[in-house]
Design a protein around this ligand. Structure first.
Ligand code: NAP
Length: 284
């Protein structure tokens, strides 16, 4: 399923082609939640694209689709080379609202199509028949190239698959060494759905994990790189949010890190569980 990198590159040799992709989606992207200052957000997006990132993740709820669009416009990279994903917020999931607010997202992002549009959460105005009818329509007319869901449990995906004609491309869920999502990953494998890891650095908590620090020290890299390399080794796409060029680059350089079997096993055996994103409307 994954088209692997031919050989691991030293960080100075990394190019967009160094990023493995799965069904056309680059397995490392840039997250933008809470990158709220418009100038900074546009600058982070431009910096990432010019460094070689080709996958950008935003959402209606982040209030920064305009700024993300500006960053894309400012970068010396063609739109057609970028995998751009946004998400429809939980108050906009009625049939008409999905269609209307997706158009607004397109206008803000300065594009006429999305590579991936997610249902952000199966919550509040989410009604599988009405919501997903609108997603199917956007898919059929080519406005969205793939349909994604986010924060869905297997039972929600089973239900969504009954309503959708188009395939579910990805489920975006919190995934990192302290929330390994083994059950969801197995379910996704079985149904040919990609897992996209949000909060892949556990919102900064990976820096406090002794196991990750020890592995990081062994390889002379950061804990962030270890977490991202672990996700990649498990066929999981990651979208770390980073604002500064230094963080954006550190995460990019995770592409040069290959963890060995012992490292992978040590991380698989982490028995601490920590969920960082747990709003009242979560379905679990
Ligand atoms: P995250 O990516 O796990 O962590 C982001 C934090 O780590 C920020 O404070 C960032 O700081 C810092 N950081 C990034 N790279 C670093 C590095 N190399 N060294 C040190 N610190 C570093 O958390 P997240 O933002 O929650 O998740 C990533 C993305 O997933 C979001 O931005 C969003 O696009 C998506 N997401 C989706 C959902 C959903 O419901 N679907 C929920 C949460 C997140 P700086 O900003 O200062 O660089």
């Amino acid at each position: 399923m994954i088209e692997p990198v031919a050989q691991l590159m030293s960080s100075s040799e990394l190019t967009p082609e160094s990023v493995p992709s799965t069904k056309g989606m680059p397995m490392l992207g840039l997250g933008t939640w809470e990158n709220e200052d418009p100038d900074q957000c546009a600058e982070s997006v431009r910096t990432a694209l010019e460094m070689g990132y080709r996958h950008i993740d935003t959402a209606q709820a982040y209030g920064n689709e305009d700024a993300v669009g500006e960053g894309i416009a400012a970068a010396d990279v063609d739109r057609s080379d970028i995998f751009l994903a946004t998400k429809v917020w939980i108050s906009n999931l009625d049939y008409e609202d999905v269609l209307e607010t997706t158009q607004e997202s397109l206008d803000k992002l300065g594009t006429d199509y999305l590579d991936l549009l997610y249902v952000h959460w199966p919550s509040r105005t989410y009604e599988p028949d009405a919501t997903l009818e609108a997603f199917d329509e956007l898919y059929d007319e080519g406005t969205i190239r793939n349909i994604g869901v986010s924060n869905f449990e297997p039972r929600h995906i089973d239900e969504a698959r009954e309503h959708l004609d188009a395939p579910i491309f990805a489920n975006q869920v919190e995934t990192h060494p302290m929330l390994q999502q083994t059950e969801l990953r197995d379910y996704a494998d079985e149904h040919d759905i990609e897992i996209v890891a949000y909060s892949p650095l556990a919102r900064g908590d990976v820096f406090e994990m002794d196991v990750l620090s020890e592995i990081a020290e062994k390889h002379g890299v950061s804990e962030a790189q270890v977490s991202l390399a672990w996700l990649r080794a498990n066929d999981v796409t990651a979208i770390p949010k980073a604002t500064s060029e230094a963080h954006i680059r550190d995460n990019w350089e995770s592409l040069s890190l290959e963890l060995d079997d012992e490292d992978l096993e040590r991380i698989a055996n982490v028995d601490r569980t920590r969920r960082k994103v747990d709003p009242g409307f979560a379905p679990w």
